[in-house]
Design a protein around this ligand. Structure first.
Ligand code: OAD
Length: 246
């Protein structure tokens, strides 16, 4: 299968990758729906909402400080690095991520479309002005926006919120044009991100899934690799690069 996918990549001009929490799992970032996705007794769906922030801002910031602390300690893994190299095999390449951990950029990927924002940034809950500080927020003393006095919140997309319009538009455009689309480390159940692989497939792309577990997408995919991305992606790159040299 790796050889077949390598051949497809060699013939393709436009590639799109969608990543989810699974690509960062081998760096030590807990996934959302895995067993380690809980913080205290809370599920992400209970804390990553405007309602939770309005009623319990202190609790929400405690959770984000915990997640920021985890992310500061981790490094990109071989899966992130392999995607930097994969980009060079396409004339046109887009890396779309649902992750807010910034590890793709840290690995060296350019032009990352961050659908759900970035956990290290903050913004005003009222006027959306960006708050340029990566330092942890004191949950007991949440700063107020210097412009309008609104509370400062993480610059991530919460449940029930719209994705940044220009970013999701570009992600759909790239997906519609893709010759090959990779869905990597995502449970493929949170929309609109989960619609991107389907959009690409309907428009004629070859769909490749990399995930140790099956997802709703597995039925649709042309190739399913039931493997960890930190192992599979470097293996794919090795096959691709040796066949390109041959
Ligand atoms: P999930 O936690 O839903 O899914 C992670 C996926 O990664 C699962 O399907 C795992 O099987 C897979 N996985 C685990 N380890 C892996 C590995 N080493 N290599 C490859 N895959 C692996 O995370 P997402 O799909 O990213 O949204 O979740 C989507 C969105 O739901 C998140 O962005 C977040 C969340 O609620 C918001 O916060 C708006």
């Amino acid at each position: 299968m790796l050889e077949k996918v390598a051949e497809i990549i060699k013939d393709a001009r436009r590639g799109v990758v969608l990543t989810g929490a699974g690509i960062s799992a081998e760096s030590g970032v807990p996934t959302f729906r895995g067993q380690d996705g809980l913080w205290k007794q809370y599920r992400p769906e209970e804390l990553a909402t405007m309602e939770a922030f309005r009623t319990e801002p202190q609790l929400v910031w405690e959770w984000y400080n915990w997640r920021r602390g985890l992310i500061r300690q981790v490094e990109p893994n071989p899966g992130h690095h392999a995607l930097v190299d994969l980009a060079a095999h396409f004339d046109d390449f887009a890396l779309v991520t649902q992750n807010v951990d910034g590890l793709h950029r840290q690995a060296g990927s350019k032009l990352v479309l961050e659908l759900h924002g970035n956990i290290m940034r903050s913004k005003c809950v009222e006027c959306q002005r960006l708050y340029e500080s990566e330092e942890d927020i004191d949950p007991g003393n949440i700063p107020a926006c210097p412009e309008c006095g609104g509370k400062i919140r993480p610059d991530v997309v919460w449940f029930g919120e719209m994705l940044p319009a220009d970013v999701i538009r570009e992600a759909f455009e790239k997906s519609e044009q893709a010759d090959v689309f990779f869905s990597i480390g995502t449970s493929a159940i949170v929309h609109p991100a989960a619609s991107l692989p389907m959009t690409a497939k309907r428009a004629g792309a070859i769909l490749v899934e990399i995930n140790p577990e099956r997802t709703p997408l597995s039925e649709l995919a042309d190739f399913c690799f039931c493997e960890k991305s930190g192992f599979l992606l470097p293996s794919l790159l090795a096959v691709l690069e040796s066949s390109t040299r041959a």
